[in-house]
Design a protein around this ligand. Structure first.
Ligand code: NDP
Length: 403
């Protein structure tokens, strides 16, 4: 078993740490470190109660590279699992290089003052990780993460190549609140208020946020409105699968959610440009996060299911012409809460983070360098999804998508 240092103690981290503790043959000593140590202690107490496993806890500001390096050395971790915020990615990659350990995260780096969702900052670490003989795995959540592995699995086993790809992310859950986000509100609102962007015929097509709506009948959930959005895996998938002619990302939102975001945007509350209020500089979006419900508190209230997956069209491997497959997971909010005390959005991100870490510690994904999930062998990861709570299904569709 390998020792790990998990950084960040939010919703995703809580799930990942519970699931690591449930796999003691893979994970040795687990140390959980975050800015607010009491949140680590709360997670450790729940893990102890549910699994009997002791998790060590520490306070850490991940922007302090020297402090992170010292903690990595003290814990003997082989791997840092970054479940803090996208702003910490580069500092944690720096710390891993300095301490000589592997790295894994679930979201690409972003500077705090720009919402760009681009990989170039992290891809620039490729040579340094290779030279050090270390592995960095980027985006081991659900999307990016599982949806990238789904595409790779289809390309390995069913299709010669992917010509058209649609990633469909449906949350059919209801938490009873007029407005609450399912994960970190600041990151969520940065994503949904950004321009929509999809890849088509070798270029990006940009459209206004939330302007393209389609109703889709999701397995296990039923019909929902989904909106075209930009999501970071579109950049890496269109780079690594150069045959892709069109790649799009869709996410479901209810009318009430859209109305709230529209009003908040119109009044300036989603802005990331600092303003001075009563002599204090604040960032409106960060203040909004402070007043919104903490997604971690919604677990007990959330009912319903998520259904996230890919529809891919391309030439069949067996030469039988063009084929379309839909591959997805359905996850139940209440079942997740019963198992690890979190709702399905945190669960569907935290479990793949644990599996990605298991791939690295188990030597399945060990090539030195910086990798997106679709560059790695999908098979052992797909097997573990089935045994670790995120079973998947694949079905052939009669025709490509018509929307
Ligand atoms: P939360 O906001 O719940 O948790 C983030 C944690 O990081 C908090 O405990 C926070 O500490 C800690 N943190 C923030 N800054 C620092 C710092 N400088 N040093 C140490 N710790 C810090 O976020 P989520 O759990 O919802 O999300 C975690 C990550 O997962 C995010 O990057 C998010 O973008 C990503 N994600 C990825 C998905 C995917 O499918 N790929 C889906 C959903 C999320 P404090 O408590 O003190 O604020």
């Amino acid at each position: 078993a390998g020792n790990v240092l998990v950084v960040g103690a939010g919703g995703v981290s809580s799930v990942a740490v519970h699931k690591m503790a449930m796999n003691p043959e893979i994970f040795g000593t687990i140390t959980l470190a975050s800015r607010t140590k009491s949140k680590c202690d709360d997670i450790a107490a729940s893990v102890k109660q549910r699994t009997g496993v002791e998790v060590a806890t520490r306070g850490l500001d991940a922007m302090d590279v020297a402090a992170t390096v010292a903690l990595i050395r003290e814990t003997g971790a082989e791997l840092v699992v970054n479940l803090a915020l996208p702003y910490q990615d580069l500092k944690l990659m720096d710390a891993c290089l300095e301490a000589g350990v592997h790295y894994l995260d679930t979201a690409n780096y972003e500077p705090e003052d720009e919402a760009k969702f681009e990989y170039h900052w992290q891809w620039a670490y490729q040579d340094r990780f290779k030279a050090a003989g270390l592995t960095a795995i980027l985006g081991s959540g659900f999307d990016p993460g599982v949806t990238s592995v789904f595409a790779t699995w289809l390309r390995k086993h069913k299709l010669e190549g992917i010509r058209r790809l649609d990633v469909l992310d449906c949350n059919g859950g209801d938490n009873g609140k007029p407005f609450a986000t399912n994960f970190n509100p600041e990151i969520n609102i940065r994503e949904v208020t950004a321009d929509a962007k999809h890849w088509e015929n070798g270029d990006w097509v940009v459209t206004p946020a939330m302007s393209h709506k389609v109703s889709f009948d999701f397995p296990g959930v039923g019909p929902k409105n989904m909106y075209l959005m930009y999501h970071e895996e579109l950049e890496s998938l269109s780079t690594h699968f150069p045959e892709i002619e069109r790649a799009r990302f869709w996410m479901t939102f209810g009318d009430a959610y859209i109305n709230h975001v529209t009003v908040l945007q119109n009044v300036g509350m989603t802005s990331i440009t600092p303003v001075v209020h009563d002599g204090v500089e604040i960032i409106p979006l960060q203040f909004l996060k402070t007043v919104l419900p903490d997604p971690g508190d919604l677990g007990a209230l959330t009912k319903g299911k998520t259904c996230i997956g890919d529809i891919a069209t391309g030439p069949a491997k067996d030469g039988s012409g063009e084929k379309t497959y839909y591959i997805y997971n359905i996850c139940d909010h209440e079942a997740c809460y019963a198992e690890v005390g979190s709702q399905a959005v945190a669960y569907t991100t935290g479990v793949p983070a644990m599996i990605g870490a298991a791939m690295l510690l188990g030597g399945h994904w060990s090539a030195p360098g910086v990798w997106n999930m679709e560059q790695l062998d999908p098979d052992p990861f797909m097997d573990m999804l089935n045994t670790q709570g995120l079973p998947w299904e694949v079905h052939e569709l009669d025709a490509p998508v018509s929307f």
